[in-house]
Design a protein. Sequence first.
Length: 171
Amino acid sequence: MRKPAQVTREISLEEIKRREREVRDAGEKRRLMGIRLKLEGYSVSEIMRIMPVTQCTLLTWVKNFNESGFEGLVTKKPPGRKKYLDNDQLEIVRKWLNDGPMEKHDCCFWTGAKLVEAIEKEFGVRYSLNGMYDLLKDLNYCRKVVKTRHHKSDPEKAEEFKKNFRVWSRQ
């Protein structure tokens, strides 16, 4: 037969209540409430009726609290997807971006598509164009677009126009 869940960690009920009031995370607040109810003397079946939770979940909360204290009840962030490039490879990409494209990459400036090609050649990892833009954003780079000038434009006339331009106004 399974041993009943007992909170073995020495902690006051007031400390649990204080922590319960301070915590913002709903999941952590629920786990603290379960521990508080157990300390107040409620049985596992009573707690299961008060706050819809399974016996297994409640026993896990008690076990985690007994082993790690409040840290055992904290909601942990899921790890997420594994990155395609490791930190060393990301540093190489960062160096490419800072130094500008080299002759071996056969381009005069970096574009998302050219970076996709270069990373695939260098590391054997294929990014989509949107994935590349997400990577650049994660590396704190922003997209810059060159403003082109018409071949017949005259920079001197443009400056003169800017100086003499009057904004229309009502009189």
